[in-house]
Write a new protein. Structure first.
Lengths: 396, 397
């Protein structure tokens, strides 16, 4: 089996599984209780939180709130901060858990501002952010690393631009695709209002994530109850999952440099193999939707997105699946919707180019041999499928 | 209290049968026994006109739930067996009615007797009166009154030759005929809303409905297959012993798409599905085909196109939904509990296989001409050679 869809989720690290399992056996008590059994568990929780702070260099000025994952973190921050009438903005290329949360504000009459015309290769161009000031935007929500393209919104650069051009606008980043894939600058925390992280994207457990919130911000809770976690997110804490998350963060951050090097090697290899396939296969018209820049402040090497019209991405995906090669799809031609990916059309692709695309995303287990096997299977399936898709086009 | 219970099963159209009635009854009893084989301690009795099941109080609810999913049953009631004596029968009434009464409020009841044993010395109205007056005598001071038209509680008594049963509920059954009494059929099933309903209707007419699914992997993923297995498993819950035949269809679809007129694709796909279904039906001893088609619902279901697909088979094709509106089909899918499965999202047919403008009135001669352009006999044999059989009684998932 070759798994190249690590932006969707990752296999759990065996050491993390062991840590979660051990904690499930030992740490059953409620961390909110006052007897020694509960206090021991509370200690485990505090140790895990300290470990996370240390791994990510999160300063004492910021709080950590554990959530069920990236989607909840994004919802909690945006709704908790901006409800009901603080003006919001986004680039227009965010994950649905950000995009749909902003959409929910539209129904309240709080129209979010889209900066889509300021995008270049999926990134926010920071030279012209004075609009945010003019429109009195209080919160700008962006992906640190775009989930379909791998394009990077560099926090340091954006924070500096906001300070100069729209100091009233705070920055919230969805960091789900960034942790462990890019080095997080400790300096970025200084200006960040919020940042979300998910366990299962970094070989940790599903159902756990966290939100980093600047200490002065009081978020309106979305889940009411026992007032846990600075009164912002009630609910008994899942200590074993948090223990697993802390270890997954530690391991992925420690290996970040190695991961970057490996991903650069893999993405470079993938791009050149695909280009030589296109040379030997005249009917294959490749189009790279991810930037080929090797500058890490622009593009994460963990994701490569490309189009190959007229063959549909979903059909290609199932042909690869036959060979036990699993890849990602930006845009699903699902029974629900034939709408192509908003992210791909957002950066200027036609609906057909968007439908005819795949997303390859690397993980710790990915190898050059995986890339070779993928390109070979892709080429074979493309040859097989091209004539029929091409015929379909000519019949229209 | 763990008193034993008697379930009274009334059958539906079997009651109208003549000389072969016993065969139908035996079939229904076998079906019931099969569906309840894991319920312990059941005893069956089949006197004239009824089926009695003796069970424990705890299992009675589960038994009724299962009986309601067995075609051929008009209704079923849980009750208790008593001696056909007025005092004993009235005691049951008092025991059941008293806890339902509220202080200071009137409570209305009546007794209804069915005398299956005509040799019993009292006639039904007399039994109603005798038992009713005994109950009233004990509970009148607490507010009990008799009302035939507005009863809050109806105590029913069935006096049979073997036993007399008292009950106060009737759980409606599916009606129709017992599965197996009309033979096996093969239904074309997709993940949509219509075909499961069509098979359900055939089951209620006594057919054992097996399914055949045309799988277009790897063009589309396993989602469609999983959904059809789920639907077939649901249908098998009503009948048991049914099979799902899965035929790979991708090569046929590709050939039709590549070599034939685009406007004819859908009808040509369906002609191949019918041909394969007929061959499988004949191989597996199925007497007819069934589909979920309904006139005019989509382009492939115009009368002309229905004729064009039927043209390739000699077996009868049953279309139990042919005159139904979509909403009527949806209502029945909800009754069957298939609706929520059918609307689970999965890509059922990739746009690449669909023509931009499908023909609504394909001419058979033109279709036959298209079929000279690709080796359909060969592709059909290949597809059948790769057919997978899913035994729905022994699914591991």
């Amino acid at each position: 089996m070759i798994y190249l869809d690590n932006a969707a989720t990752t296999p759990m690290d065996p050491e993390v599984i062991d840590a979660v399992q051990e904690s499930m056996r030992k740490d059953f008590a409620n961390s909110g209780t006052v007897y020694s059994l509960g206090l021991d568990v509370k200690q485990r929780l505090e140790d895990a939180e300290s470990q996370i702070r240390e791994s990510l260099s999160i300063p004492a000025s910021h709080k950590i709130i554990f959530t069920s994952g990236g989607s909840e973190s994004n919802n909690l921050f945006i709704k908790g901060y901006a409800f009901p009438d603080r003006k919001l903005a986004c680039l227009g290329l965010e994950h649905p858990s950000v995009a749909q949360t902003l959409e929910a504000f539209r129904e309240l009459g709080n129209e979010p501002v889209s900066l889509l015309d300021l995008q270049t290769e999926g990134r926010l161009d920071v030279s012209n952010l004075s609009r945010l000031k003019n429109e009195k935007v209080r919160l700008l929500s962006l992906s640190h690393v775009n989930n379909e393209l791998g394009s990077v919104n560099d926090p340091t650069l954006i924070l500096q631009a906001l300070a100069e051009q729209s100091p009233q606008t705070r920055l919230f980043l969805d960091g789900v695709q960034a942790v462990g894939k890019l080095k997080l600058s400790p300096v970025m925390w200084r200006g960040l209002a919020g940042y979300s992280i998910s366990g299962h994207k970094i070989n940790g457990p599903k159902g756990i994530g966290l939100l980093v919130v600047e200490g002065k911000i009081d978020l309106q809770p979305q889940i009411h109850g026992g007032l846990q976690q600075h009164r912002m997110r009630s609910g008994t804490l899942p200590v074993p999952l948090i223990v697993g998350l802390a270890l997954a963060i530690k391991k992925s951050v420690e290996k970040t440099e190695e991961t970057i090097k490996n991903n650069q090697k893999l993405s470079h290899h993938l791009v050149s193999k695909l280009k030589s396939l296109a040379e030997s296969l005249p009917e294959l018209e490749l189009q790279f939707n991810s930037s080929l820049s090797e500058d890490l402040s622009r593009q994460s090497p963990s994701i490569v997105n490309f189009s190959f019209a007229p063959v549909e991405g979903e059909v290609m995906l199932h042909h690869l699946e036959e060979k036990e090669i699993f890849v990602g799809l930006g845009s699903a031609c699902s029974a629900h919707s034939k709408e192509p990916s908003k992210i791909l059309t957002g950066i200027g692709l036609t609906p057909e180019e968007a439908r005819c695309s795949l997303r390859i995303s690397f993980g710790a287990q990915s190898t050059l041999a995986d890339v070779d096997a993928f390109v070979e299977a892709f080429g074979e399936a493309y040859r097989q499928l091209y004539s029929t898709f091409n015929r379909k086009t000519t019949h229209k | 209290m763990n008193e034993s219970r008697t379930i009274l099963v009334r059958y539906d159209e079997i009651g109208l049968k003549g000389k072969n009635r016993d065969q139908f009854i035996n079939r229904l009893v076998k079906n019931i026994q099969m569906q309840m084989k894991d319920v312990e301690g059941l005893k069956f009795k089949v006197p004239h006109g009824r089926i009695f099941i003796h069970c424990s109080q705890e299992s009675s609810e589960e038994c009724i739930r299962r009986l309601q999913k067995i075609p051929g049953i008009a209704s079923a009631s849980v009750g208790v067996t008593r001696k056909p004596e007025f005092d004993a029968l009235a005691a049951v009434g008092v025991e059941w009615i008293e806890p339902l009464m509220k202080p200071g409020e009137t409570f209305k009841f009546c007794v209804r007797t069915n005398r299956a044993d005509k040799s019993y010395p009292h006639k039904s109205p007399e039994i109603d009166r005798e038992v009713g007056s005994r109950i009233l005598g004990q509970l009148h001071s607490k507010g009990l009154e008799v009302s035939i038209k507005e009863a809050d509680f109806i105590l029913e008594i069935e006096i049979g030759q073997d036993e007399t049963v008292v009950f106060n509920n009737r759980a409606p059954g599916l009606r129709g005929l017992p599965v197996g009494s009309s033979g096996d059929i093969l239904g074309l099933i997709s993940g949509g809303i219509d075909s499961p309903v069509a098979l359900y209707r055939m089951m209620k007419r006594g057919c054992r409905a097996h399914g055949i699914f045309f799988d277009n992997r790897p063009f589309m993923g396993r989602g469609g297959y999983d959904k059809v297995v789920k639907l077939s498993k649901l249908l098998n819950g009503y009948q048991g012993k049914s099979k799902l035949y899965v035929v790979p269809f991708e090569d046929i679809q590709v050939a039709i798409r590549d070599f034939c007129r685009p406007a004819h694709r859908v009808v040509l796909y369906r002609r191949m599905m019918y041909r394969i279904a007929q061959a499988v039906a004949q191989q597996k001893g199925c007497l007819a085909l069934a589909t979920g088609e309904s006139v005019g619902q989509v382009a492939s279901q115009t009368i002309e196109n229905l004729n064009a697909v039927s043209d390739v088979v000699t077996l009868s094709v049953f279309r139990p939904l042919i005159g139904m509106n979509k909403q009527e089909i949806i209502n029945e899918a909800r009754e069957l509990d298939s609706f929520d499965i059918s609307i689970e999202p999965h890509p059922d047919c990739c746009s690449v296989f669909m023509p931009p403008r499908p023909a609504t009135r394909a001419k058979i001669a033109d279709l036959e001409d298209d079929e000279t352009k690709y080796p359909w006999e060969l592709l059909m044999l290949e597809a059948m050679g790769k057919m997978e059989t899913v035994d729905l009684d022994n699914l591991t998932v």
